[in-house]
Design a protein around this ligand. Sequence first.
Ligand SMILES: Nc1ncnc2c1ncn2[C@@H]1O[C@H](COP(=O)(O)OP(=O)(O)OP(=O)(O)O)[C@@H](O)[C@H]1O
Length: 367
Amino acid sequence: MASIKIENVQKAFGKVVAVDHLNLEIKDGEFFTFLGPSGCGKTTTLRMIAGFYYPTKGVVRFGDKDMTRVPPEKRNTGMVFQNYALFPHMTVFENVAYGLRVRKVGSAALKTRVQDVLRKVRLDQYSDRQVSQLSGGQQQRVALARALVIEPEILLLDEPLSNLDAKLRDEMRSEILRLQKEYKITTIYVTHDQAEALSMSDRIAVFNFGVCHQVGTPSEIYNEPVNDFVAGFIGEINLLPAEVDKIENSQVTVSAKTGEDTKKLVVHNDPFNFNPKNEGALALSIRPESVKLHSEPAGRQNEFRGKVENVEFFGSLVNATVNIDGMLLQANMLNNVKTNLQPGADVWAELPEDQIRIIPVVSGDPA
Ligand SMILES: Nc1ncnc2c1ncn2[C@@H]1O[C@H](COP(=O)(O)OP(=O)(O)OP(=O)(O)O)[C@@H](O)[C@H]1O
């Protein structure tokens, strides 16, 4: 196992700066995810950790050891690529054995180690099969076995499930987590799928345009996003352009634009909800599951009259789109909540003050 430190790293390809000002610390044995849209620099960062790219600036360390310019074969990292990069006409056994042969491991030890790891990924029955005759999920397991057999200190997984169908993806998620816990191996997982990141990771780094916006546990990233990009990329969120009117003890009064109108709202002022040092454009944010709908006025703070525009039924969850003076607000509720949610019905939407966050806008107009 090893911890990883990325210190002030930049990677430029000619004029394209793929990653900039990157500082990360990944702990021993941690399952750490790089999350972000296509082209945001996740793979480039992973490749700098594997040694396939050297940073333009900055330092990469494993533990305290400077690895910045150490070639990949001297790093003791195992990598699983998006397309698996297996040898299709070799057997499962030979694919997995390859890294050990390169490392000149003797034949008896090699056989034991390959058989052990094939058992761990539940492919021991397939050892003589050609890889081209395996299903996608089985090929994925061969790729994992090949990365694990060399007993790496660090496991690097680049969108390893993107070629699998939804059901198989679920199965392989659990499989990867099981192996990660069993080997207690420091793991970096690259994905653009927020559900995958939230459900698998100890911590997540959220990237956009080569910059890491936030590092935190899944619940920190979801409940305390630092800006509108993180808030919008992870889960659904309502964002309204907002201005702070006044801050008084534990309360912040804000004006939020709702389409044609401006509404005054009161926001609970704890350090997560609003940082008075934030300058520039701000947005009021609230998750759809935090919006409460009432079929009659309930006389609550931050309660606004609107009209139900649309209702979508998802089984356990119901989503309503409510029009408040031209602003469309999303509200989710459990199917067992009795509210008159017919399109066209009047409804009173309550935005509880402790569920609202005021966050900086970094990705343009939130409306
Ligand atoms: N070898 C390269 N030469 C030039 N530009 C590159 C190279 N590799 C990556 N880039 C550019 O760097 C940026 C980041 O790419 P990167 O592959 O790291 O993103 P990503 O987040 O992994 O995206 P994806 O999810 O699509 O793989 C992109 O703008 C990309 O075009």
